[in-house]
Design a protein around this ligand. Structure first.
Ligand SMILES: C[S@@+](CC[C@H](N)C(=O)[O-])C[C@H]1O[C@@H](n2cnc3c(N)ncnc32)[C@H](O)[C@@H]1O
Ligand SMILES: O=C(O)C(=O)C[C@]1(C(=O)O)C=C[C@@H](O)C=C1
Length: 258
């Protein structure tokens, strides 16, 4: 990152009332440090997205990065693929994120076609695309809106296109979930967050980041029409899935028995 990025100290002082988490200017200013210290495997997921794009993207096709924040996904793809291999549109609700994503892309990958637009991913008219990435974004949509967004993305994908969905997840089994969350807090402590920071951030994220189970994600993607859904990454309570849209004509016709 060539842009200024500060250490995340947002929850490091005791707060009388912890406000709901939002992607405000304070978060934008320390975002690279926050995600690096708060999302297990964040860097590895970004690295793999480039390799997935190399394998699955038809030359010259369009990619969406939804909830793009500072544009890290586009930069990761630009690090692996030639400028003519793809054109990417990043979309985010936060104007500050979008402004910084544009600046960074212009400095770091001037030859690649990386566009960034401010918008709500629930309201976009999507153009046909070969790959769509939701890297820790769906979890911030109200649960009631998630099926419709995934349905729209399925429709926008070209036959053979892929959706990559990375999310914080919850385990249905209480004991399993407790173990994962406790180890996740150990991970945060090891990355320099205090117990107070961990606890205040947890409060701020209540009802803002609402995780689904892996089963919920698989079921939603299958219902939308995805042919094959694979959980290709999991590190504690963070996971990434890839979903494949069927190629036209390869589905065998349904066999009927009489
Ligand atoms: C955890 S961040 C995503 C991180 C980013 N994808 C990355 O890989 O660095 C979630 C982002 O989703 C954005 N967001 C949340 N709801 C949104 C919506 N309805 N439409 C567009 N962006 C949204 C937030 O502004 C925030 O930047
Ligand atoms: O800090 C946490 O508890 C998180 O869940 C990490 C998480 C995320 O998963 O999106 C939460 C908010 C910020 O966007 C960065 C990371």
């Amino acid at each position: 990152m060539t842009d200024a990025s500060y250490r995340d100290a947002i929850f490091s002082t005791p707060l009388d009332r912890v406000a709901s988490f939002s992607f405000d200017e304070q978060v934008v200013a320390c975002f690279p440090d926050m995600v690096r210290r708060s999302i297990p495997g964040y860097g590895q997921i970004l690295g793999m997205l480039g390799l997935i794009a190399e394998r699955h993207l038809r030359h010259g096709s369009h990619v969406y990065d939804l909830g793009c924040s500072l544009g890290a996904v586009g930069l990761a793809l630009a690090g692996r693929l030639a400028p003519e291999a793809f054109a990417l549109t990043g979309i985010d609700l936060s104007p500050t994120m979008i402004a910084r994503a544009r600046d960074t892309a212009a400095k770091e990958s001037p030859d690649h076609r990386l566009d960034f637009i401010e918008g709500d991913i629930r309201q976009v008219d999507y153009q046909p695309s070969g790959m769509i990435v939701l890297n820790f974004t769906l979890q911030f949509l109200p649960p009631a809106d998630r099926d419709a967004v995934i349905g729209k993305l399925f429709d926008a994908l070209e036959p053979g296109g892929v959706l990559v969905l990375s999310e914080k997840i919850i385990a249905r089994d209480e004991a399993e979930n407790a173990w994962l969350v406790e180890r996740y807090h150990d991970f945060k402590r090891a990355n320099g967050y205090s117990d107070m920071e961990i606890s205040q951030k947890r409060t701020a994220l209540e009802n803002v980041l609402v995780p689904d189970t892996l089963d919920d994600h698989h079921a939603r993607l299958a219902t939308a029409g995805f042919e094959r859904v694979t959980t290709w990454f999991q590190y504690l309570n963070f996971a990434s899935l890839i979903a494949f849209k069927p190629r036209a004509g390869v589905n065998p016709p349904a066999v009927t028995h009489d």
